[in-house]
Ligand binder design. Structure first.
Ligand code: NAD
Length: 273
């Protein structure tokens, strides 16, 4: 099975599928990332705030996989939004990851009420210029936050990583990203597992001979989203990767689109921080 790649607005090619490691504990992180790499995952999504960058680095080092075959994303912590924080914090992350650069560095949250995310964005550009990050982007940016950093700095993020899953389409944030050529990364793609219980998804899964998780992940891929489901269970890490050998029909995609009920599971970016 081949993982598709997507060309970002900075010309770089990102594997459309990876593993996310939010809430993966110190005990689980090395075996989880090692298992994913063994299965064929080449894209890992972590963050300073996940407190597992060391384990990600340990698993990558142990894998022996060439650096240029991997895509590693990490994120700048909230509360570190001074312009000079970005380079300093990324250097700390790189030491933990045992890497010279990350493929993608994101502002984790805009925290619009407690900092100046335009200055933070200038710090991300410093990371790019110093070669510490090959691509830079944002996460949880609402359309007005994106509009503002682009108009004030003239630099467009490569991605916006936002909550998207069948019961939470987050369409305004999706549209506000795509209109600038910013690709969408869909976080909590399975709704933290809750969307797997949908009877409509169960019906499609039974008909196409796949699991509900595979059907939802396929929906993300066909909508053009970059996606990195989290699991620490080896069988599920394998299951989630078996999504490149079937296609959903336009009717199936529309039926899943219709499950949107505004079911946000995480904080609202306008009021968080
Ligand atoms: P997810 O939607 O990937 O759900 C993960 C949960 O779904 C697992 O803990 C497990 O309970 C269940 N699951 C996974 N595979 C399954 C399978 N095959 N069968 C049955 N159940 C299964 O949730 P997530 O971890 O929140 O999101 C994925 C990644 O997105 C994170 O790990 C992180 O990298 C990123 N993320 C980013 C932000 C952000 O603010 N930028 C926020 C949340 C998550």
């Amino acid at each position: 099975a081949q993982v598709p790649t997507i060309t970002l607005n900075d010309g770089r090619s990102i594997p459309q599928f990876g593993i996310g490691v939010w809430q993966v504990s110190t005990d689980d992180i090395v075996p989880t990332v090692s298992k994913a790499l063994e299965v064929g995952y080449r894209h890992i999504d972590t963050a300073q705030g996940y407190q597992n960058e060391e384990g990600v680095g340990e698993a990558i080092a142990a894998s022996g996989i060439a650096r240029d075959e991997l895509w590693v994303t990490t994120k700048l912590a909230n509360g570190k939004h001074e312009r000079s924080d970005a380079v300093a914090e990324l250097k700390t992350s790189l030491a933990k990851l045992r890497l010279d650069y990350v493929d993608l560095y994101l502002i984790h949250w805009p925290t619009p009420n407690s900092g100046d995310y335009v200055e933070t964005w200038r710090g991300m550009q410093d990371c790019l210029e110093q070669g510490l990050a090959k691509s830079i982007g944002v996460s949880n940016f609402q359309p007005d936050h994106l509009d503002k950093i682009i108009s004030e700095t003239g630099t467009t993020p490569a991605v916006n990583q936002i909550e998207v899953h069948p019961t939470f389409a987050n369409q305004a944030a999706v549209d506000g990203s795509l209109k600038h050529g910013v690709r969408v990364e869909a976080w909590s793609p399975l709704g933290l597992g809750s969307d797997l219980k949908s009877p409509e998804i169960g019906e499609i899964a039974a008909r196409v001979g796949k699991t509900p998780a595979q059907v939802i992940l396929r929906w993300h891929l066909q909508k053009g989203y970059i996606v990195f489901p989290k699991s620490v269970t080896p069988a599920r890490i394998e299951e989630n990767f078996q999504v490149f050998d079937f296609e959903l029909t336009a009717d199936d995609l529309a039926a899943i689109d219709a499950l949107d009920e505004g079911n946000r599971t995480g904080p609202n970016p306008d009021t968080f921080g």
